[in-house]
Design a protein around this ligand. Structure first.
Ligand code: NAI
Ligand code: MG
Length: 347
């Protein structure tokens, strides 16, 4: 295992700046002395765009490519037209670095609020396809802005793209205690893409007899996320369904302040990128109110991806312990939560 981490850091906009500082604080605290951590910060996001018109210049994309991993805060600001930074920066990174796994764990930690009755046992991982589906920009519009406007947004699904995410999900399921994998799609209506997914899933399943499998249409999956979330272990699904399902998953497991994610290239050909699921929260930015836990849990995913399992588990245990002692009425600042977690992981 390499004993150095060369990390690119993109704090981005709004609370991104505040939560990334805490993520780095905890990362520094958890790493053993002999691991050398180098960080390089990239000035990308709304302010940069206003100043220079750049979203992600090629030279910076090239430079980013040489790091071991990327830690990102959040991108987006009401002063920038919708889509400019999402497509020009976030999606550009995910596509350029072939982040075909979008990994989003969902766990209901002790003492956290859930809107679900009876505190179900929730501990599942969504493996969302990250480079295909309706997110490839394969579409256009005709007669735009007129009453006769026509718009298309084509969902792209390749045998190669589906198989690699399905295989990754089987590997992840096989490595977990319950060894259960659920495919979520809508193959009764989206028959072409749906059958490619289902046939690929069934074919790969034959190589993993130890993993039990299940299929759900996405609409039924939303019901079970609320009524029976304990039935899930690992879920594999397409880009759009995964985007929507994981917001629902965050909502039933204590909210957006806790939801972590990884945009992963498992082959190691490009650096993987780890970020909280939430955005830049302009409504609370600069006030020290943001919960940095989602970012700190994203740091744990980053460490596990780089092979630092012990350190990743230490962060997750620290978060669990911190949440167990949180008093719903007392409010701590972003910095105070970061300090508390840094102390816990160091001891
Ligand atoms: P948001 O996630 O930024 O905020 C939604 C609500 O959750 C707000 O009330 C906010 O205060 C709260 N919230 C979010 N993170 C929190 C945290 N760590 N602690 C406590 N409360 C938190 O989503 P919104 O408002 O839809 O988007 C704001 C901007 O962020 C937009 O420009 C959007 O495009 C961008 N965005 C960027 C993402 C990214 O960088 N990956 C993901 C989602 C949105
Ligand atoms: Mg989303």
């Amino acid at each position: 295992m390499s004993r150095s981490i060369d990390l690119a850091v993109i704090p981005g906009d709004g609370i991104g700046q505040e939560v990334v500082a805490q993520g780095l604080k905890v990362l520094n605290a958890v790493l053993p002395q002999d691991v050398k951590l180098e960080t390089k910060e990239y000035d990308l996001g709304a302010q940069r765009w206003h100043r220079t018109g750049d979203t992600l210049p090629d030279a910076e994309l090239e430079a980013l490519r040489n790091h071991d991993a990327i830690l990102l805060g959040a991108i987006g600001d009401p002063s920038v037209p919708s889509g400019v930074l999402e497509r020009g920066l976030l999606l550009k990174l995910r596509f350029a670095f072939d982040h075909f796994i979008n990994l989003r764990p969902s766990k209901l930690f002790p003492n956290t609020a859930t809107p679900l009755a009876g505190r179900p046992d929730i501990d599942f991982v969504v493996v969302r396809e990250g480079t295909e589906g309706p997110y490839t920009g394969n579409g256009g519009s005709l007669r735009t802005g007129t009453p006769a406007e026509v718009a298309t947004e084509v969902s792209l699904n390749t045998a190669y793209g589906v198989e690699r995410v399905v295989r990754d999900a089987f590997e992840r399921a096989a490595a977990r205690p319950r060894k259960k994998l659920t495919l979520v799609h809508k193959n009764n209506v989206l028959v072409y893409a749906g059958h490619l997914w289902k046939n690929t899933f069934d074919r790969v399943a034959a190589e993993y007899p130890q993993v039990s499998t299940d299929y759900l249409h996405v609409d039924a999956a939303t019901i079970f996320f609320v009524t029976q979330p304990e039935r899930f272990d690992v879920i594999v699904t397409d880009n759009l369904f995964g985007d929507i399902l994981t917001d629902l998953a965050a909502a039933v497991t204590g909210g957006i302040g806790l939801a972590a994610s990884g945009n992963i290239n498992p082959t190691g050909a490009f650096p993987s990128m780890f970020e909280p699921v939430h955005g830049s929260a302009p409504d609370i930015a600069g006030q020290g109110k943001a919960d940095p836990t989602a970012t700190i849990l994203s740091v744990a995913l980053l460490l596990r991806h780089l092979g630092y399992d012990t350190e990743a588990t230490r962060i997750e245990d620290a978060v669990s312990a911190d949440l167990a002692e949180r008093d719903g009425a007392a409010t701590r600042t972003t910095d105070e939560i970061g300090d508390a977690l840094a102390v816990r992981v160091a001891s």
